[in-house]
Design a protein around this ligand. Structure first.
Ligand SMILES: CC(C)(COP(=O)(O)OP(=O)(O)OC[C@H]1O[C@@H](n2cnc3c(N)ncnc32)[C@H](O)[C@@H]1OP(=O)(O)O)[C@@H](O)C(=O)NCCC(=O)NCCS
Length: 169
């Protein structure tokens, strides 16, 4: 990680890591699919530890799941202090990519060979994660459409915000 990747606090900018994650996900997906792929979504980008200038960052990626035209790539990011050899796991992200054909439409990807129980666990976990995400999206969309601001304003009373307009209540 070179100095020009740092933010104002001297740590590595999150966007640099996101860009690396996206590129590695692309390489992994495109190799499996044998075609061009696009990023659809990135889950689990919680930066647990800062990455320092000078750290050697490694990204370990695998195809965890394939659907008909989509693939989920799991990426584990490790930052290593080259002076003392300490390694830190900074985050694990799951990137959904879709394979595109020459017509720019989603195209079917090859099945995934599960060689170990760990491979099967990752595949099953990806299915579970997708289900949870769909449930969350439905619940969130419903909550959003039903959210009445006036009826819910009291919930802001113990939050760190200030109401800056005249309210009825
Ligand atoms: C991703 C994209 C191809 C999906 O197109 P679409 O017409 O909705 O295609 P489909 O409905 O057939 O979905 C294709 C696959 O994407 C998956 N998909 C679509 N939206 C998704 C989402 N939000 N999260 C996860 N998977 C998603 C579908 O489940 C399907 O997977 P499957 O074939 O394995 O079952 C289209 O939205 C696209 O091109 N997006 C822009 C991608 C891009 O430019 N990325 C770079 C961002 S800068």
């Amino acid at each position: 990680m070179i100095p020009s990747y740092a933010n104002f606090g001297g740590k590595i900018h999150g966007g640099i890591l996101l860009s690396l994650i996206d590129k590695v996900a692309y390489a992994c997906a495109a190799r499996h699919a044998g075609t061009y792929c696009v990023t659809v979504s990135v889950d689990g980008v919680d930066f647990l530890e800062p990455v320092e200038v000078g750290d050697l960052v490694s990204l370990h990626a695998s195809v965890n799941y394939v659907g008909r035209t989509s693939l989920v790539i799991g990426i584990r990011v490790i930052a290593e202090n080259v002076k003392n050899g300490t390694q830190r796991h900074t985050n694990t992200s799951y990137v959904t990519m879709v394979a595109k054909g020459d017509d720019d439409k989603p195209t079917v990807v090859p099945e995934l060979l599960l060689e170990t129980e760990d491979d099967a666990r990752r595949f099953l976990e990806a299915i579970k994660r997708r289900e949870l995400k769909e449930n969350y999206k439905d619940a969130f969309d419903n909550a959003k459409t039903r959210m009445d601001v006036q009826d819910n304003l009291h919930k802001l009373s113990n939050q760190r915000c200030v109401i800056g307009w005249e309210t009825d209540k």
